[in-house]
Design a protein around this ligand. Structure first.
Ligand code: SDX
Length: 375
């Protein structure tokens, strides 16, 4: 008989993986053996994607080849452009992204394979997601899609696609770091959804469609949007304490705080706090940073909670000119590297993921014909 139910599979070890290690007590995040602080300081998103897919850092030649393979894959087929143009302007960006990944599987069946050949699909989706998010964002505003800029590296191109303008070196680097920080996070809900799908030998694109649908949930994606809404509502530093205390008194969740695994500060929050300050200083606008520092102080004092990745990411994206409702699609643009790495790993050592439930319903009931059932 199964053990006691662990609601939400909390602390359940579901599988072995060599991709990401999280030490929740020490606040450490490690991709394939490399500490996230080193990667955020010294790596790039393309290099980290290679690391997640191949399990090692690329040589200079391998990184150059990867970039050359990714660039043409930023283009999306005319049929997909037409589909994005036909979506109602009211379509949410995550719904549009989920639809587009699914449609791309139909338009490019060769890429959606299972097994070791799905690395092509991993490259394709990683390169194409920024284009898809940008196209739908522009179309819903009645704007023409932006011409792609193959000379720009991945993060700089993503920033250009999301804002319509080319970033400066500081802005491009800040987005590159944010993409590195969001690239993987072990068995978070959307990654687990992708692995469950892949474990049935369904194709890579179906697994990523599952992941996008899962990330859309507000307990997983979107907390950074809520953080920015909260900051705008609070408006000034002197109002932080009363507003936060009132929310906590009503047992409301303060977005950007708490985590299922981290028992101390999320190391990604530590890094994003620095970038939020750097961008704020460069823009002469420390409003968000100052408010967040005060929110942190009050929430930690009143509830003992630590910030997670979502507390400062919204301020970074806002300072970059990225609209709130593109924050979660941006999360997906990064996490697609981790999602696809986990799907590849699942295919390498496949085992159908099928847990059991503890049955708590009735049993051995006698069937009563409908004519004999009381109204
Ligand atoms: C991400 O899994 C991943 O790795 C996800 C992610 C990734 O990279 O993929 O890290 C990305 O999803 C980051 C999390 C973004 N979401 C939020 O910031 C939403 C707010 N946070 C919470 O909803 C919550 O902290 C969770 C969902 C993140 C974790 O919740 P748990 O582990 O299920 O904890 P819980 O709900 O059981 O709460 C434990 C206690 C409760 O207090 P009591 O009712 O027992 O008194 O802590 C309290 C909660 O009320 N609590 C909070 C809180 N988070 C937990 N109280 C106020 N504000 C919060 N944010």
């Amino acid at each position: 008989m199964p053990e006691e139910v662990q609601k939400g599979l909390e602390d359940v070890v579901a599988l072995a993986s060599r991709i990401t290690f999280i030490d929740g007590n020490e606040g450490r995040l490690v991709y394939e053996g490399y500490d996230i602080r080193d990667l955020a300081e010294r790596s790039t998103f393309e290099e980290v994607a290679y690391l997640l897919w191949y399990g090692r850092l690329p040589s200079a030649t391998q990184l150059r080849d990867l970039k050359e393979r990714l660039r043409p894959l930023r283009e999306i087929p005319e049929e997909l452009r037409a589909l994005l143009a036909r979506l109602p302007a009211s379509a949410g960006p995550m719904d549009a992204l989920r639809t587009a990944v699914s449609a791309l599987a139909i338009l490019e069946p060769g890429e959606t394979k299972t097994g070791e050949s799905s690395i092509g699909g991993a490259l394709r989706l990683t390169a194409a997601l920024p284009t898809i998010v940008s196209e739908q964002n522009r179309r819903r505003q009645g704007l023409e899609p932006l011409p792609l800029r193959p000379e720009l590296d991945h993060a700089a191109h993503a920033l250009y696609l999301l804002t319509g303008r080319e970033g400066n070196a500081l802005e491009n680097r800040s987005l590159d770091v944010a993409l590195i920080l969001h690239a993987d996070h072990e068995l978070n809900a959307s990654t687990f959804a992708a692995r469950v799908t892949a474990s049935t030998l369904s194709d890579l694109y179906s697994a990523i469609t599952s992941a996008v649908g899962t990330l859309k949930g507000p307990l997983h994606g979107g907390a950074n949007e809520r953080v920015m809404e909260l900051l705008r509502a609070i408006d000034t530093v002197d109002r932080v304490e009363p507003v936060i205390k009132e929310k906590l008194a009503r047992h409301e969740r303060i977005m950007g705080f708490g985590h299922r695994v981290y028992k101390v500060e999320d190391p990604r929050a530590t890094i994003l706090r620095v970038w939020s300050q750097r961008l704020g200083e460069a823009a002469g606008n420390l409003r968000w940073y100052d408010l967040l520092r005060k929110v942190e102080e009050v929430v930690h004092r009143e509830k003992g909670l630590y910030p997670n990745v979502d507390l400062y990411s919204g301020s970074v994206y806002t300072l970059l000119g990225i609209p709130d409702d593109l924050f979660t699609p941006l999360f997906a643009m990064s996490r697609v590297a981790g999602w696809t790495a986990h799907v590849l790993e699942e295919y390498e050592d496949l085992r159908l993921i099928r847990p059991v439930a503890q049955y708590v319903g009735p049993n051995h009931l006698a069937y009563v014909p409908i004519a004999e059932r009381p109204d």
